[in-house]
Design a protein around this ligand. Structure first.
Ligand SMILES: C[S@@+](CC[C@H](N)C(=O)[O-])C[C@H]1O[C@@H](n2cnc3c(N)ncnc32)[C@H](O)[C@@H]1O
Length: 396
């Protein structure tokens, strides 16, 4: 079985010469767009005004070629940047010099989280876009938490297991199209061409910061977007507690347990986390699809429904990344079908029917039926789920 076990994320990037997020900040228009998106993430989603970074000691792990750190430098952060991929560092240095912000870098360390030797704690710690893929990810989060000063702030992102279902469905469709087209190498030119034919139009409607080819290699054929490379809030909140940290905010914003409550009614950390996780069940259909759903249109997901999605994700991952599962074995779970198909939200019911038709096509041997089966969907094509989540947290 071929899975990520032999290769780390870093090796994957280096072997494929892949800069996974080559954000274009070359001219003023691109730079402004980048700044607007980052500001929106911090201020509107994570509720962190820019003052949280001004003259603060900020450590960023996995900064890649530094475009996100550049924005923090422009806000006045004092940066420690940690990046194990030496291939991207020349671009990073060049970028900071061109913007006249190289003085904002206090340290640039070419190593990974495990290899980083801390001599101090930081006001703000950031780790974005890679944690879920690490074999030792729990230890990584605990170490990251230990680097935050008391009362300081951490921001991490992770690939959510349930939020990745729509991406996984695309992986499944793509794998079947490759099988039926005889394209074996997922990373070759022919694979990219096939992916273009299927998904370029849909991808073009996203406000993505990266080009199609980077998404293809970093998501569509990436062995890290599989069962093992995905995480969930239950695991994250438990880890935060072990690191003596408390959930503060997320992107997408879905937690509202503190709304309409009196601030004097203080909820103890563990209990507050439990309430957040209860709310998570009520948001399950949103997590899966990314669709806005009217309140009351669908009830909380039962444990059995959630488990049926767990099994589906394992099945799809094994189909995509090994030869252990045959197309004929792929099946949209009955419990999930019932949960989505019997709710009051017309959009959810419709997409549920679309997905069932896609599964029927994928189970068969007709290439055109798979291709057209996906491309004729009206809702599914425009759904991206909620693959990437950010959590900010405060150290006790
Ligand atoms: C998908 S990129 C994200 C880049 C940037 N943080 C962003 O969100 O746009 C992941 C980055 O994490 C780095 N990385 C991979 N494994 C790492 C590790 N164990 N410790 C620190 N960084 C790592 C990669 O080299 C890469 O630069």
């Amino acid at each position: 079985m071929t899975t990520k076990k032999e290769t780390t994320l870093l090796e994957y990037y280096q072997e494929h010469g892949l800069n996974p997020v080559p954000i274009d900040v070359e001219d003023q228009t691109c730079w402004k767009e980048h700044v607007i998106k980052r500001r929106n993430l911090y201020e509107k989603h994570l509720m962190l005004p820019t003052v949280c970074f001004r003259d603060r000691s900020v450590i960023e792990f996995g900064c890649n070629s530094g475009e996100n750190a550049l924005y923090l430098a422009a806000l006045g952060a004092r940066l420690t940047l940690v990046e194990p991929n030496g291939q991207v560092l020349p671009r990073l240095r060049n970028l900071f010099e061109r913007f006249g912000l190289d003085g904002r870098i206090e340290a640039l360390v070419n190593t990974d989280i495990a290899g980083f030797e801390a001599t101090q704690q930081y006001d703000v710690m950031l780790a974005e876009g890679f944690l879920s893929a690490l074999a030792e990810r729990d230890q990584a989060v605990l170490k990251l938490g230990s680097l935050v000063k008391p009362g300081g702030l951490g921001v991490i992102s992770f690939d959510d297991r349930y939020g990745s279902l729509m991406e996984l469905l695309r992986q499944m469709i793509f794998r079947r199209v490759r099988q039926l087209s005889g394209v074996e190498d997922p990373h070759g030119e022919q694979s990219l061409e096939l992916a273009h034919g299927l998904f370029t139009e849909d991808f073009g409607r996203l406000n993505a910061s990266r080009p199609f080819s980077a998404w293809w290699e970093d998501v569509l054929v990436s062995p890290f977007v599989s069962w093992k490379g995905l995480w969930c809030y239950h695991e994250m909140l438990a880890l935060l507690e072990r690191a003596d940290c408390e959930f503060y905010s997320s992107s997408p914003r879905w937690v509202s347990v503190d709304n309409f409550t009196w601030y004097k009614n203080v909820t103890e950390r563990h209990h507050r986390h439990e309430r957040i996780l209860e709310q998570w069940n009520s948001c399950f259909a949103y997590f899966l699809t990314g669709m806005m759903i009217d309140e009351g249109a669908i009830g909380p997901a039962s444990v059995e429904v959630v488990e049926s999605v767990d099994e589906l994700i394992r099945l799809i991952s094994d189909f995509v990344f090994s030869d252990d599962v045959l197309a004929a074995e792929l099946h949209w779970p009955d419990l999930l079908d019932e949960y989505l198909g019997c709710c009051q939200a017309a959009g959810l019911k419709a997409v549920n029917s679309e997905i069932k038709r896609v599964f029927e096509a994928v189970q068969g041997d007709d290439l055109e039926k798979v291709r057209v089966g996906y491309q004729q969907t009206e809702i599914l094509r425009n759904l991206w789920g909620t693959h990437g989540h950010y959590i900010s947290f405060i150290k006790a």
